[in-house]
Unconditional design. Structure first.
Length: 91
């Protein structure tokens, strides 16, 4: 498996990682992550990290930050910003 640095240095690898994670979160396979799907994903991460589930306000804030075009949903390109930030934080 590629290292975090290799993924961050290669846009194709970053796109592949982003798409794989995006597809897991996009439960209805609509090509968009809606508020409900985002909340479920955030709650799952919280459970796995053994921390408190996100509040509705936290979910709304995350959606607002990630939804660059104001559509009310997150597309794969908007999601890639989050994946890049997460990978950079894990370095």
């Amino acid at each position: 498996m590629a290292s975090i640095d290799e993924i961050l240095a290669d846009e194709q690898k970053l796109a592949e990682v982003t798409k794989a994670v995006f597809d897991q979160v996009d439960a209805d396979q609509s090509g968009q992550i809606d508020r409900r799907e985002l909340k479920l994903a955030m709650a799952q991460v919280a459970r796995e990290a053994n921390i408190e589930a996100p509040s509705d306000q936290s979910v709304d804030q995350a959606l607002k930050v990630l939804d660059a075009d104001g559509s009310g949903t997150i597309d794969v390109n908007e999601f890639k910003v989050l994946i890049r930030q997460l990978l950079e934080a894990l370095r």
